[in-house]
Design a protein around this ligand. Sequence first.
Ligand code: B4P
Length: 192
Amino acid sequence: MGAAGDGCRVVFLGPPGSGKGTQAVLLAQDLGVPAISTGDMLREAVANGSELGRRVRRIMEAGELVGDELMAEVVEERLASADTSMGFLLDGYPRTAAQAETLERILERASGTLDHVVFIDVPEEELVRRARLRQRIDDREAVVRERLRVYREKTQPLVDHYRTRGLLREIDGFREVATVRSAILKALEADC
Ligand code: B4P
Protein backbone atom coordinates (compact mmCIF):
# COMPACT_ATOMS: atom_id res chain seq x y z
CA MET A 1 0.00 0.00 0.00
CA GLY A 2 1.38 3.42 -0.88
CA ALA A 3 2.30 6.21 1.50
CA ALA A 4 0.22 9.36 1.95
CA GLY A 5 0.11 11.61 -1.09
CA ASP A 6 1.11 9.09 -3.75
CA GLY A 7 -2.16 7.45 -4.58
CA CYS A 8 -5.86 7.46 -4.52
CA ARG A 9 -7.49 5.71 -1.58
CA VAL A 10 -11.24 6.08 -1.81
CA VAL A 11 -14.18 4.67 0.15
CA PHE A 12 -17.66 4.46 -1.41
CA LEU A 13 -20.44 5.01 1.10
CA GLY A 14 -24.18 4.88 0.49
CA PRO A 15 -27.37 2.91 1.08
CA PRO A 16 -27.79 -0.58 -0.42
CA GLY A 17 -28.47 -0.27 -4.13
CA SER A 18 -27.21 3.32 -4.39
CA GLY A 19 -24.78 2.26 -7.12
CA LYS A 20 -21.56 1.99 -5.10
CA GLY A 21 -20.52 -1.19 -6.90
CA THR A 22 -21.62 0.08 -10.32
CA GLN A 23 -19.60 3.28 -9.94
CA ALA A 24 -16.54 1.70 -8.29
CA VAL A 25 -16.10 -0.63 -11.27
CA LEU A 26 -16.41 2.26 -13.76
CA LEU A 27 -14.10 4.54 -11.79
CA ALA A 28 -11.49 1.78 -11.50
CA GLN A 29 -11.21 1.94 -15.31
CA ASP A 30 -10.89 5.73 -15.19
CA LEU A 31 -8.33 5.86 -12.40
CA GLY A 32 -6.33 2.65 -12.82
CA VAL A 33 -6.73 1.43 -9.25
CA PRO A 34 -8.67 -1.70 -8.24
CA ALA A 35 -12.34 -1.65 -7.19
CA ILE A 36 -12.67 -3.79 -4.09
CA SER A 37 -16.21 -4.80 -3.14
CA THR A 38 -16.62 -6.59 0.18
CA GLY A 39 -20.11 -7.67 -0.95
CA ASP A 40 -18.66 -9.30 -4.09
CA MET A 41 -15.90 -10.97 -2.08
CA LEU A 42 -18.45 -12.43 0.33
CA ARG A 43 -20.80 -13.54 -2.48
CA GLU A 44 -17.88 -15.25 -4.19
CA ALA A 45 -17.01 -17.05 -0.94
CA VAL A 46 -20.64 -18.23 -0.67
CA ALA A 47 -20.66 -19.40 -4.29
CA ASN A 48 -17.40 -21.34 -3.76
CA GLY A 49 -18.71 -22.93 -0.57
CA SER A 50 -15.52 -21.89 1.26
CA GLU A 51 -15.21 -21.77 5.06
CA LEU A 52 -15.82 -17.98 4.92
CA GLY A 53 -18.82 -18.52 2.65
CA ARG A 54 -20.37 -21.02 5.04
CA ARG A 55 -19.98 -18.59 7.90
CA VAL A 56 -21.63 -15.62 6.14
CA ARG A 57 -24.32 -17.11 3.88
CA ARG A 58 -27.28 -16.94 6.29
CA ILE A 59 -26.31 -13.50 7.57
CA MET A 60 -26.26 -12.07 4.04
CA GLU A 61 -29.53 -13.73 3.03
CA ALA A 62 -31.19 -12.10 6.05
CA GLY A 63 -29.84 -8.66 5.12
CA GLU A 64 -27.75 -8.41 8.29
CA LEU A 65 -24.12 -7.35 8.56
CA VAL A 66 -21.30 -9.84 8.79
CA GLY A 67 -19.34 -9.41 12.07
CA ASP A 68 -16.74 -6.64 12.30
CA GLU A 69 -13.89 -8.98 13.30
CA LEU A 70 -14.42 -11.33 10.40
CA MET A 71 -14.68 -8.39 7.98
CA ALA A 72 -11.44 -6.94 9.40
CA GLU A 73 -9.60 -10.15 8.42
CA VAL A 74 -11.12 -10.13 4.94
CA VAL A 75 -10.29 -6.46 4.27
CA GLU A 76 -6.82 -6.46 5.82
CA GLU A 77 -5.77 -9.42 3.70
CA ARG A 78 -7.18 -7.86 0.51
CA LEU A 79 -5.56 -4.45 1.10
CA ALA A 80 -2.18 -6.13 1.59
CA SER A 81 -2.19 -7.18 -2.10
CA ALA A 82 0.35 -5.56 -4.39
CA ASP A 83 -2.34 -4.14 -6.71
CA THR A 84 -3.33 -1.57 -4.04
CA SER A 85 0.08 0.15 -4.11
CA MET A 86 -1.33 3.19 -5.97
CA GLY A 87 -4.66 3.13 -4.16
CA PHE A 88 -8.05 1.46 -4.20
CA LEU A 89 -11.78 2.09 -4.49
CA LEU A 90 -13.30 0.37 -1.50
CA ASP A 91 -16.99 -0.36 -2.02
CA GLY A 92 -19.08 -1.54 0.95
CA TYR A 93 -16.45 -1.08 3.67
CA PRO A 94 -16.56 0.40 6.28
CA ARG A 95 -20.19 -0.08 7.26
CA THR A 96 -19.92 0.45 11.02
CA ALA A 97 -17.99 2.77 13.36
CA ALA A 98 -15.81 -0.18 14.40
CA GLN A 99 -15.00 -0.93 10.75
CA ALA A 100 -14.04 2.71 10.17
CA GLU A 101 -11.58 2.44 13.08
CA THR A 102 -10.18 -0.81 11.70
CA LEU A 103 -9.63 0.75 8.29
CA GLU A 104 -7.82 3.69 9.87
CA ARG A 105 -5.56 1.27 11.75
CA ILE A 106 -4.83 -0.78 8.62
CA LEU A 107 -3.93 2.36 6.69
CA GLU A 108 -1.82 3.77 9.53
CA ARG A 109 0.25 0.60 9.65
CA ALA A 110 0.96 1.07 5.94
CA SER A 111 1.72 4.81 6.46
CA GLY A 112 -1.27 5.71 4.33
CA THR A 113 -4.40 7.78 4.79
CA LEU A 114 -7.82 7.88 3.18
CA ASP A 115 -8.04 10.53 0.43
CA HIS A 116 -11.81 10.70 -0.22
CA VAL A 117 -15.11 9.24 0.90
CA VAL A 118 -17.65 9.29 -1.93
CA PHE A 119 -21.17 9.31 -0.47
CA ILE A 120 -23.77 8.34 -3.08
CA ASP A 121 -27.25 9.29 -1.95
CA VAL A 122 -30.49 7.98 -3.47
CA PRO A 123 -34.11 8.23 -2.18
CA GLU A 124 -35.40 5.12 -0.43
CA GLU A 125 -38.23 4.31 -2.87
CA GLU A 126 -35.75 4.34 -5.78
CA LEU A 127 -33.52 1.90 -3.86
CA VAL A 128 -36.45 -0.46 -3.42
CA ARG A 129 -37.33 -0.12 -7.12
CA ARG A 130 -33.74 -0.96 -8.19
CA ALA A 131 -33.63 -3.99 -5.92
CA ARG A 132 -36.90 -5.22 -7.45
CA LEU A 133 -35.27 -5.05 -10.90
CA ARG A 134 -32.03 -6.72 -9.82
CA GLN A 135 -33.53 -9.74 -7.99
CA ARG A 136 -30.41 -10.86 -6.13
CA ILE A 137 -31.05 -13.32 -3.26
CA ASP A 138 -30.94 -10.42 -0.75
CA ASP A 139 -33.13 -8.19 -2.93
CA ARG A 140 -36.53 -9.53 -1.82
CA GLU A 141 -38.52 -6.53 -0.58
CA ALA A 142 -38.58 -7.56 3.12
CA VAL A 143 -34.81 -8.14 3.06
CA VAL A 144 -34.19 -4.85 1.27
CA ARG A 145 -36.19 -2.99 3.94
CA GLU A 146 -34.11 -4.75 6.60
CA ARG A 147 -30.86 -3.81 4.83
CA LEU A 148 -32.06 -0.20 4.71
CA ARG A 149 -32.87 -0.30 8.43
CA VAL A 150 -29.41 -1.69 9.21
CA TYR A 151 -27.88 0.97 6.94
CA ARG A 152 -29.66 3.81 8.77
CA GLU A 153 -28.69 2.45 12.17
CA LYS A 154 -25.10 1.34 11.61
CA THR A 155 -23.70 2.96 8.47
CA GLN A 156 -25.36 6.36 8.09
CA PRO A 157 -23.53 7.77 11.16
CA LEU A 158 -20.30 7.35 9.16
CA VAL A 159 -21.48 10.15 6.84
CA ASP A 160 -21.03 12.70 9.64
CA HIS A 161 -17.85 10.99 10.83
CA TYR A 162 -16.19 11.54 7.45
CA ARG A 163 -17.80 14.95 6.86
CA THR A 164 -16.22 16.18 10.11
CA ARG A 165 -12.83 14.99 8.83
CA GLY A 166 -13.30 16.91 5.56
CA LEU A 167 -13.20 13.73 3.45
CA LEU A 168 -16.84 13.53 2.34
CA ARG A 169 -17.73 14.08 -1.35
CA GLU A 170 -21.54 14.07 -1.63
CA ILE A 171 -22.94 12.79 -4.92
CA ASP A 172 -26.58 12.74 -6.05
CA GLY A 173 -26.98 9.11 -7.19
CA PHE A 174 -30.55 9.52 -8.50
CA ARG A 175 -29.33 10.26 -12.04
CA GLU A 176 -28.09 8.33 -15.09
CA VAL A 177 -25.11 6.05 -14.42
CA ALA A 178 -22.89 8.11 -16.78
CA THR A 179 -23.88 11.38 -15.09
CA VAL A 180 -23.09 9.99 -11.64
CA ARG A 181 -19.75 8.69 -12.96
CA SER A 182 -18.76 12.16 -14.27
CA ALA A 183 -19.81 13.82 -11.02
CA ILE A 184 -17.61 11.47 -9.00
CA LEU A 185 -14.65 11.89 -11.37
CA LYS A 186 -14.96 15.65 -11.00
CA ALA A 187 -15.06 15.38 -7.21
CA LEU A 188 -11.88 13.27 -7.18
CA GLU A 189 -10.07 15.08 -9.98
CA ALA A 190 -7.69 17.12 -7.90
CA ASP A 191 -5.93 14.12 -6.32
CA CYS A 192 -6.57 10.92 -8.23
P1 B4P B 1 -23.22 -5.02 -1.19
O1 B4P B 1 -22.69 -5.97 -2.19
O2 B4P B 1 -22.33 -3.89 -0.78
O3 B4P B 1 -24.64 -4.55 -1.75
P2 B4P B 1 -25.31 -3.17 -2.13
O4 B4P B 1 -25.07 -2.20 -1.01
O5 B4P B 1 -26.72 -3.46 -2.51
O6 B4P B 1 -24.58 -2.73 -3.45
P3 B4P B 1 -24.42 -1.35 -4.23
O7 B4P B 1 -24.82 -0.13 -3.52
O8 B4P B 1 -23.00 -1.47 -4.64
O9 B4P B 1 -25.43 -1.42 -5.43
P4 B4P B 1 -25.15 -1.65 -7.00
O10 B4P B 1 -24.08 -0.76 -7.57
O11 B4P B 1 -24.98 -3.11 -7.19
O12 B4P B 1 -23.57 -5.82 0.17
C1 B4P B 1 -24.36 -7.00 0.19
C2 B4P B 1 -24.32 -7.66 1.60
O13 B4P B 1 -22.97 -8.11 1.91
C3 B4P B 1 -24.67 -6.79 2.80
O14 B4P B 1 -26.07 -6.70 2.99
C4 B4P B 1 -23.95 -7.56 3.96
O15 B4P B 1 -24.69 -8.69 4.37
C5 B4P B 1 -22.68 -8.03 3.33
N1 B4P B 1 -21.56 -7.07 3.53
C6 B4P B 1 -20.88 -6.43 2.53
N2 B4P B 1 -19.93 -5.62 3.04
C7 B4P B 1 -20.02 -5.75 4.42
C8 B4P B 1 -19.32 -5.15 5.50
N3 B4P B 1 -18.38 -4.25 5.30
N4 B4P B 1 -19.67 -5.52 6.76
C9 B4P B 1 -20.61 -6.41 6.99
N5 B4P B 1 -21.33 -7.03 6.00
C10 B4P B 1 -21.05 -6.69 4.72
O16 B4P B 1 -26.49 -1.12 -7.64
C11 B4P B 1 -27.73 -1.71 -7.35
C12 B4P B 1 -28.62 -1.77 -8.58
O17 B4P B 1 -28.94 -0.47 -9.06
C13 B4P B 1 -27.98 -2.49 -9.77
O18 B4P B 1 -28.91 -3.36 -10.33
C14 B4P B 1 -27.59 -1.39 -10.73
O19 B4P B 1 -27.65 -1.79 -12.08
C15 B4P B 1 -28.61 -0.34 -10.43
N6 B4P B 1 -28.08 1.02 -10.60
C16 B4P B 1 -26.86 1.46 -10.21
N7 B4P B 1 -26.72 2.77 -10.49
C17 B4P B 1 -27.89 3.17 -11.07
C18 B4P B 1 -28.38 4.43 -11.58
N8 B4P B 1 -27.64 5.56 -11.57
N9 B4P B 1 -29.65 4.49 -12.08
C19 B4P B 1 -30.42 3.36 -12.12
N10 B4P B 1 -30.00 2.14 -11.66
C20 B4P B 1 -28.77 2.06 -11.14
